[in-house]
Design a protein around this ligand. Structure first.
Ligand code: PLP
Length: 490
């Protein structure tokens, strides 16, 4: 590859150079896909270490292409956790898929503007088509319903809440009250803050023993607010909480929303994709009654970052909320069936997100996605059965939509709660420090527990067993070293 890129004011490469560059990038990605299971999933680095590696003044003159590329492949990429690694169990993994990676590459390569119909009718049409697939899947009204792809679940929740407020509150929302459970994802609180609601306008409803919103407590809170002259306007239900995969009682909440004229938003960013499986469908009963529903294809629909999605029962709600017409967009208004997605959400300039969803589903077929989701749910149940048989492990929340929480608590030891908390925290710290698996803790009912989110269809039962065996030997070491240090003080 020639080195005529340096100080090239057109920022342009020759055809041969573009190909040579591109082949190297693709080779690096394919190599990563082919070998990542042999790598360690966890990356770590202090600010000091990263500064030492990367912090330079802006380079006014260029550098040889090969040097820049090699530096990125050898230093930048390995310093990131592999969220699609089979042993990345924490947070919500990002399993992704190669077809969508290529689709994203095409969308970026052609730099398609996915804001308005006139600029790219095919991009807008594919967003309509894929949105219709999703509306059908979730049994939303297909004629009237609508939606939009966003950067992620947080943006989808924000878009939903702006719409809810516009439809139910108008300009004065000073008395409006929003209800959610203590397990609701933090992005909803962020969205509420962005929207200018005060803390006092949010009611956090406690959850029951299964981490689901307690319906009686919700009803009481609404009744009390009405008595005090407030305006209850929206309930946010979770369809798959991030902590435990629990699904709030969607049918009950929908009835309350109907009776009280409240907006029913469902945050299905984590669990919504489970609709593809038989078990998931049962869990998610009532989801079809939501006014707005967040799903997050860059999680369990296997898309690379960034791709979230908001579905609404009535597409006009989005247009009524987000349509703003600057003069320079007058000429491209088009007819009403030709959707300008900049009128349906916050962004004007938008990348072509629908392409990766479209290409991956068309290539693999929806049945492959169904099998992948079903596999994850089954795997978590298999892990639960294994843990329940063991005398060392205690299941704290059962396998639900591919999430399971458990802790090390050997029957023959009778550790107190404080000791169990520190033991499980230390197991997690040490396994993460070993970089062999990404397995961190969460807190459930004041207990420190290990949480596994098993949505990666390339994670095997053997992977999980290896991780649990490693945890057990780490636990043995901790217990042994603690008893040695205790004896030293005796
Ligand atoms: C239930 C839930 N809602 C919202 C979000 C936020 O989604 P994103 O990270 O795509 O913005 C998450 C992320 O984990 C989630 O689990």
């Amino acid at each position: 590859m020639s080195n005529n890129l340096i100080n090239n004011h057109k920022l342009q490469l020759s055809k041969e150079d573009m190909k040579a560059y591109g082949y190297q990038v693709i080779d690096a990605i394919v190599e990563h896909y082919d070998t990542k299971h042999n790598k360690k999933p966890v990356a770590s680095g202090s600010r000091e270490e990263m500064d030492t590696l990367f912090n330079i003044d802006v380079p006014n003159s260029g550098t040889n292409f090969q040097d820049v590329f090699s530096f990125v492949v050898n230093k930048v990429l390995p310093n990131s956790t592999i969220v699609s690694h089979p042993k990345a169990y924490s947070f919500v993994p990002g399993p992704s898929n190669y077809v969508s990676v290529m689709a994203d590459t095409l969308a970026t390569g052609f730099n398609i503007f996915s804001g308005g119909w006139a600029a790219s009718p095919a991009a807008a049409e594919l967003e309509i088509v894929t949105m219709n697939w999703l509306l059908k899947l979730f049994k939303f009204p297909t004629k009237k319903g609508g939606g939009i792809f966003t950067s992620g679940g947080s943006m989808a929740n924000l878009t939903a809440l702006v719409t809810a407020r516009r439809q139910h509150c108008g300009d004065d929302f000073s008395k409006a009250i929003i209800y959610m459970s203590d397990q609701t994802h933090s992005s909803n609180i962020k969205a509420i803050r962005v929207l200018g609601f005060k803390k006092e306008q949010v009611r956090i409803i406690p959850t029951d023993l299964e981490f689901k919103m307690a319906i009686n407590k919700l009803k009481n809170a609404i009744a009390k607010d009405k008595l005090e002259g407030y305006h209850p306007f929206c309930i946010i239900a979770s369809a798959g909480t991030t902590n435990t995969g629990s699904v709030d009682p969607l049918n009950d909440i929908s009835k309350i929303c109907k009776a009280e004229n409240l907006w029913f938003h469902v945050d299905g960013a984590y669990g919504g994709a489970a609709i593809l499986s038989k078990t998931g469908k049962t869990y998610l009963k009532g989801i079809e009654k939501a006014d707005s529903l967040t799903i997050d294809p860059h999680k369990w629909l296997f898309q690379p970052y960034e791709m979230g999605c908001l579905l609404v029962r009535d597409h006009r709600w989005l247009k009524q909320t987000f349509s703003e017409k600057p003069e320079y967009l007058r000429d491209i208004e088009g007819n009403t069936s030709e959707i300008n997605f900049y009128d349906h959400g916050i962004q004007l300039t938008r990348r072509f997100r629908a392409l990766k969803f479209y290409m991956s589903i068309k290539t693999f077929g929806l049945n492959a996605f169904k099998s992948a989701v079903t596999y994850s749910i089954d795997l978590a149940e298999q892990v639960e059965a294994h843990l329940r048989k063991s005398s060392r492990w205690e299941v704290i929340s059962p396998a639900t939509l591919a999430v399971i929480n458990f802790r090390y608590n050997p029957i023959n030891k009778a550790f107190d709660e404080k000791r169990l908390d520190s033991l499980n925290q230390d197991i997690s710290k040490k396994i993460v420090a070993s970089r062999e698996a990404l397995l961190v803790t969460t807190v459930l009912q004041n207990q420190v527990v290990l949480r596994m989110c098993l949505i990666n269809p390339r994670t095997t039962f053997k992977d999980v067993l290896e991780t649990l065996t490693l945890c057990e030997s780490i636990a043995d070491e901790i217990v042994k070293s603690n008893s040695v240090s205790k004896n030293q003080f005796c």
